[in-house]
Design a protein around this ligand. Structure first.
Ligand code: FRU
Length: 440
């Protein structure tokens, strides 16, 4: 178990069965919770259940018993979770703060069919056991298929007024919208406003531009991870940018950020579903992306969001090489800063999977996928995570990302680095071999 041929070794997978969206990402009392869309009964999508795993370091996950199972109201579609610090829902028992999850009961998959509603479940024992609220739903169907509530705490910067806000995907006359609602107690919700143009799994949060607490911008994205920046004033999202592509790969979908990361840490951490990819003959299907930190930075083209692997990954490094000679294993974390010199193309070949930079066109390729990538200070900076069955690239600090699944050619697990047409200059070049997170 956990060492199968195509089992990712530092990305989360379900022990067995199908997985899709990350759900209910919340940190509480030393534990990162990762709930996930799960089919416990097969490797295809179905029987939507909230699977559950916990970790203390975002690397080593322990799968728990399932948190939410289908009921007569529907199957358990995606949603989010928060810590109810002030017991606003009034269900706290003992000293543990209540963890509250908002999820969609999708009624079209149960017999008799039911509407698509937003429901609440809570845990009074730090996330081990989950109780569905007796008076569900907390939001009735607006239109069929409305789903994926993401809840966050809004604190007014002016007068410190606080309440809960939910971002919800609602299909209105074939218009994909995100609708915002507010609540004081997580059970009664009032409509605030809507924004057009975002499909499924919205997320919305503030970030300090270049870490400047006096320059807060809000980010909004849907499942395809095209994001906008702007302002959320407690009622509505005011767009200040067009859509930016947050990931150019084919396998980054339905991502969600963690709630309740302690202020002393203060990172905005994102996990997505590596939608797609094949895992023939495996007991599981699909994997999560590696957890990344999001930051907003000013660039010559305006404000952009950067995505970069969380620093915890460094603890998995077992050996560092400065060339592709004598590499061992199939798990790597590569950091390279390369001046193209007079080369026309350079890159890595990993058992037939190519990561390359075409200098003239300024395009970065990962297999068949590509992204525009300008030189920065005369060089290209690459960070590449290679696991069994996935390659994640973060270029120039993470302004460009490409997440891809692949089937490694185990028979020829070999990496080489090449350049065509001239010499390149390596400003830095480190290939770290990683150990498996499943190793005890
Ligand atoms: C996104 C999604 C969500 C839905 C869930 C069902 O991948 O379609 O909108 O809640 O998956 O599994």
């Amino acid at each position: 178990m956990y060492n199968e041929k195509l089992r990712p070794q530092f990305h989360f997978t379900a022990k067995e069965g199908w997985l899709n969206d990350p759900n209910g990402l919340v940190y509480y009392d030393g534990q990162y919770h990762l709930f996930f869309q799960h089919n416990p009964f097969g490797t295809g999508w179905g029987n939507m259940t909230w699977g559950h795993a916990v970790s203390t370091d975002l690397l080593h996950w322990e799968q728990q018993s399932n948190a939410l199972e289908p009921d007569s109201m529907g199957v358990m579609f995606s949603g989010s979770a928060v810590v109810d610090w002030n017991n606003t829902a009034g269900v706290q028992v003992g000293n543990h703060k209540t963890l509250v999850a908002l999820y969609t009961a999708e009624g079209s998959y149960v017999d008799p069919k039911q509407p698509s509603t937003q429901c609440l479940a809570y845990s009074t024992d730090a996330g081990q056991n989950w109780i569905k609220y007796a008076h569900n739903p907390v939001i009735n169907e607006i239109t069929p298929g409305n789903r994926d509530p993401k809840v966050f705490r809004w604190v007014s910067p002016e007068n410190k007024e606080e309440y809960w806000v939910m971002a919800l995907y609602v299909n209105e006359n074939s218009n994909h919208t995100v609708q915002f609602f507010r609540s004081d107690n997580l059970t009664e919700w009032e409509f605030l406003s809507k924004v057009d143009g975002f499909f499924e799994c919205p997320d919305c949060f503030p970030l300090a531009v270049d870490n400047d607490q006096n320059n807060i911008k809000w980010v909004l994205f849907g499942a395809n991870y095209r994001y906008v920046t702007g302002d959320f004033n407690g009622r509505e999202f005011i767009l200040e940018s067009g859509l930016h592509c947050g990931d150019f790969g084919p396998n980054f979908y339905a991502a969600q950020t963690y709630s309740d990361i302690p202020e002393s840490d203060n990172r905005r951490i994102i996990v997505g579903w590596m939608q797609g990819g094949n895992y023939p003959d495996m007991p599981f299907n699909q994997q999560m992306t590696f957890p990344c930190e999001l930051t907003l930075r000013k660039t010559a083209n305006g404000i952009r969001m950067y995505k970069y692997p969380v620093k915890e990954i460094e603890t998995l490094r077992i050996k560092t090489h400065n060339s592709t000679n004598n590499l061992n294993g199939d798990l790597f974390d590569i950091e390279a800063e390369i001046e193209p010199g007079n080369s026309t193309e350079f890159g890595f070949d990993f058992s037939g999977y190519k990561i390359s930079y075409v200098v003239g066109d300024q395009i970065l390729f990962s297999g068949k996928n590509s992204a525009p990538l300008a030189l920065e200070n005369g060089a290209v900076k690459l960070r590449i995570l290679i696991d069994r069955a996935s390659v994640e690239i973060f270029a120039n600090g993470g302004i460009i990302a490409i997440s891809s699944c692949f089937i490694p050619n185990m028979a020829a697990s070999k990496m080489s680095f090449y350049s065509f047409g001239g010499d390149i200059k390596l400003r830095s070049f480190n290939i770290h071999e990683l150990k498996s997170t499943w190793e005890k």
